[in-house]
Design a protein around this ligand. Structure first.
Ligand code: MN
Length: 266
C-alpha cells in the first residue's frame, strides 16, 4: 500500500509490497484449497481482504495469512448467521483489538433472514460502537435490502473520523448510493453486479474515487467455476467499460482508492 519498507519490517504490516489488484471481500476460508488461494493472491499481487463469517474462524485465518504479502484478514460475524450465533458478538469485541479489518458484518432483511433482523441490528450496532471506541478500523459491510438501516446504524454509531466503511455488493437505490457516499462509504464491485443492467447503471453513477473491486468468492462464479481473487482483473475491465474508461486507468484508480481508504488519519 503506500510505499515499500525496509527489509527488517515485520511481515503483514500495512506497508507491504505494492499490489497490482484489489479484492476487498473474499471468503478465502470457504475454498477447499484455502492455502493455495493465499499463494495465488501473492503471486498475482492481489491485495485481498479475507472476510470471515464467525469470529471463531479468526485465529485460523490469521495463522494461514500471517506470512502473506497481500492477504489481510477481517474479523466478522455475518448477519446471515446471527440467528444462531448472536452470542458470538462478545468474542468479536474481545478480538477486535487484534485487527484493523472488520467483516463480514451488516444487515440482511431478505426473506430468509428477516426474522433475525432485530437481533442483527443489535449485533451490528454493538460491533460499530466497539469499532468507534477503538478507532481506525476498516469495515466491509453487507446491506441486502437494508441499505437505509445500515446507513442509519453507521451514522449513529461510527463517526466518519472513527472508522471507514465499504459497502460490499451494494444493490440499493441511486438515492441510497448518494447518501452512502455522503456518509463517506466506499463501494466494492464484483463480477455478478456487472452482469445486471440495473446494477451497471447504478455503478456508472457511483463516485469514481470510492470504487473498489471484490470477488465475494466463492459465492460468485465465472465460467461455471467459483471466482478466485486474480479474477478481479476482469472485473476491472468490466468496471472500465461501465465507466467509459481504459482498463489500465481503472486499475490505477482502484489502487489509488484503496490507498486512500487505508491512509492513516491523524
Ligand atoms: Mn460475503
Amino acid at each position: 500500500l503506500p510505499g515499500r519498507r525496509a527489509r527488517q519490517a515485520p511481515v503483514n504490516d500495512e506497508d507491504a509490497m505494492r499490489p497490482a489488484w484489489v479484492d476487498f471481500h473474499c471468503h478465502l476460508d470457504l475454498y477447499p484449497d484455502h492455502e493455495a488461494v493465499i499463494a495465488e493472491c501473492d503471486r498475482a499481487a492481489v491485495a485481498t481482504l479475507a472476510v470471515t463469517t464467525t469470529p471463531k474462524a479468526w485465529a485460523r485465518n490469521r495463522e494461514l495469512a500471517a506470512r502473506s504479502e497481500h492477504v489481510r484478514v477481517a474479523l466478522g460475524l455475518h448477519p446471515q448467521v446471527v440467528a444462531d450465533r448472536a452470542d458470538e458478538v462478545s468474542l468479536v469485541e474481545r478480538l477486535l483489538a487484534e485487527t484493523r479489518y472488520v467483516g463480514e458484518v451488516g444487515l440482511d432483511a431478505g426473506p430468509r433472514f428477516y426474522k433475525s433482523f432485530a437481533e442483527q441490528q443489535r449485533v451490528f450496532d454493538r460491533i460499530l460502537r466497539a469499532c468507534a471506541e477503538q478507532g481506525g478500523k476498516v469495515l466491509t459491510i453487507h446491506s441486502v435490502r437494508a441499505v437505509s438501516k445500515v446507513l442509519d446504524s453507521l451514522e449513529r454509531n461510527l463517526p466518519q473520523d472513527r472508522g471507514r466503511a465499504v459497502l460490499h455488493w451494494f444493490t440499493g437505490s441511486a438515492a441510497e448510493a448518494r447518501r452512502a457516499a455522503e456518509s463517506g462509504c466506499f463501494f466494492s464491485i464484483n463480477a455478478e453486479m456487472l452482469r445486471s443492467e440495473k446494477h451497471r447503471s447504478l455503478v456508472a453513477e457511483l463516485p469514481i474515487d470510492r470504487l473498489l473491486t471484490e470477488t465475494d468468492g466463492p459465492f460468485v462464479t465465472v465460467d461455471g467455476r467459483p471466482v478466485r481473487p486474480p479474477d478481479v482483473a476482469s472485473t476491472v475491465e468490466g468496471l472500465a467499460s461501465v465507466r467509459g474508461t481504459d482498463a489500465g486507468i481503472m486499475a490505477r484508480q482502484v489502487l489509488a482508492n484503496l490507498s486512500e481508504l487505508l491512509r492513516e488519519r491523524a
